[in-house]
Each structure stands twice: as C-alpha cells, then as structure tokens.
Design a protein around this ligand. Structure first.
Ligand SMILES: [Mn+2]
Length: 313
C-alpha cells in the first residue's frame, strides 16, 4: 500500500520519518465486523481521498502538513484478531517512543484495543474520548475479546473512558458502563451544553478514538453499521476544536470507513476530518515544539510524554 507515496502527496521533504512530528499508521483490517464488510478497504480510500484535498486549512490559517507527516507501512497482520491488536499495539508504541504524534487509520474498531493499550502505557492519567454510535463495551463477542464490539472494554478499566454519541448497545453493556461518562445521542440532541459537559469529564491527556459511524449516516453513509441520529459535521468540528484547545490530545485513531465505489463523499469527509484534527492539534500552539532531529530526541528521551502543545524531553 502506497509504499512509494507520501501522505496526501505532500512533498517528500515533509514526509520523512526523522523530521516528521506526525505519523499515520494504516491498518487495513476487517476480520471481526458483523454486518457490512469492507473496512479493510478504508485506509486506501482514505489515502486516495487525502491526495485530492487542498492542504491549506482556512479556519486555522495553517498548512499542518509542514509539521511533517510520515506515512508508515500498513499493518498487514490478519491471522487473528488478537495478533492484529498486538501488532497495532507494538507499532503504535514504537512511534510514540520516537516522540511522534501518532495517528492510526483503520480498519474496524477492534484495532483500537491495540492503539489504546499503547497510549495508556505511555501516558499518565489517560482519558480515552470514544466517539461512536455504539457502546463497544462487550467483554467478549463471537468468541474473541478482540472483536469490534469489545473495542473499549479494556479502556473502561485501564483509562478514564468518556463515551460520546452512543445510540446503540446491548442491555448487558449497562453493567459495565459508567453512565456519568456516557453521552447518549438522544440526550445530546436536547442538551445545548453537551460539549462543555463532556469536556468537564476529560482529564489532561486525551486520546481520541473516532468511529466514523458516530456521524449521521446522511453525511457518512459508508460505514459498516450506519445508525440514524448521529453527529453532523460542524458540531463535530466545534466539539473537537474545543477538545484540542483545552486538553492535551496525545494522539487519535479513526475507524470503520467502509468505502463504497459509488459514494466518495464519505471517503472525503474522513480525509478532511482527519486533516482538521491535525490542524487543530498543531495550529493552536505557538510552535514551541522542538523540531529537532530524531537523534537528539532519542538521546534525551526514553519515553514520550506530551505536555500541553509541547513535548517534554
Ligand atoms: Mn461503531
């Protein structure tokens, strides 16, 4: 996949690992989805759409790709859900330990078990902000703990899990769920303060796991399980912008794009949303990042911890 290409066809000088602040790891995996298959095609559709984006972000007046975006090799492990989770865990951790802002594009949601495990090992007091139509709190599903329906079961006990946009779940998940930290879609629809209320539940270090089916199917039809009553584009952007401004977002993943040959707007939405999140992350700081070469990072740091819009060495 795209071995000779850069993310979004950015010039090679902005796509080298050593000088890039951002890493994108594609995970084309769809072993456990239960309805429409095709999330394994998500990363390629996302990358194709990204190549057709204009890279100046009007709202933030920035060109975030100039921070450097390294497109990692896709994780092609697919022998079992457990092996995929472990591969994602190790790859994610590898780049976090190189002081990169790590992002992962799936694939179905089970891959997030691996990304979240890596982030919770590397960052203190991690909050996982889970944006999704589904609660994903099953301990086990169809014989595996690494099923997409279990995506945040582990995070629920290892991190401060905050769930937003939820509108579909099994009654058994109520037992696991911390209702103070769950924002159901039907309640958000009548609570004009929901963004503030969510942000009040977040700690300082936040990892975002963004399941695209959180969005309304009218704007994001290309997903495996489109649920009515989802988030719209501008409210999503406003919310994310506030999170990036007020919290130290340490990384994110985006999952469940299930591309449709005849419907490209979902691919493009995913590409733009992803780029927006990078723009929010890097535009708000005064660029006091250390933009040093990797060798100096390695000398000074064994473990990566991001502070507010800054790296700590
Ligand atoms: Mn979902």
């Amino acid at each position: 996949m795209n071995t000779n290409k850069t993310y979004a066809r950015i010039p090679q000088e902005f796509g080298n690992l050593s000088t890039s602040k951002i890493v994108v790891i594609p995970v084309p995996y769809d072993g456990t989805s239960t309805w429409q298959k095709g999330a394994d095609k998500g990363p390629q559709a996302f990358l194709n759409a990204s190549e057709n984006m204009e890279l100046y972000d009007i709202e933030t007046d920035s060109e975030v790709y100039k921070e450097g975006v390294f497109l990692a090799d896709a994780i092609t492990e697919n022998t079992s859900p457990e092996a995929v989770v472990e591969a994602v865990h190790q790859e994610t951790k590898k780049y976090i330990n190189r002081n990169k802002f790590v992002t992962v594009f799936g694939g179905e949601h089970s891959i997030s078990i691996g990304t979240i495990r890596a982030f919770s090992e590397c960052f203190n007091d991690l909050t996982v902000l889970h944006i999704d139509a589904h609660a994903d709190l099953r301990k086990e599903y169809e014989g595996s703990k690494c099923n997409h329906a279990c995506a945040v079961y582990e995070a629920n006990s290892t991190t401060n899990l905050v769930q937003v946009g939820i509108r579909s779940m099994d009654i058994s998940e109520k037992r696991t769920m911390n209702t103070d930290k769950v924002f159901f879609a039907h309640e958000m629809a009548v609570n004009e303060d929901w963004m503030e209320d969510v942000i009040d539940q977040l700690g300082k270090n936040v990892f975002i796991t963004f399941d695209l089916d959180a969005l309304d199917p009218s704007i994001m039809p290309s997903t495996g399980t489109p649920e009515p009553g989802g988030l719209f584009y501008y409210e999503t952007l406003e919310f994310l912008k506030q999170v990036f401004e007020q919290k130290n977002v340490v990384g994110f993943d985006m999952v469940e794009l299930c591309p449709n040959e005849n419907e490209k707007s979902s691919d493009f939405l995913a590409a733009k949303l992803f780029y927006k999140m990078l723009s929010y992350k890097f535009a708000s700081n005064d660029d006091d990042y250390d933009n040093g070469e990797e060798s100096s990072l390695e000398k000074n740091s064994k473990i990566s911890k991001f502070k507010n819009n800054d790296y700590e060495f």
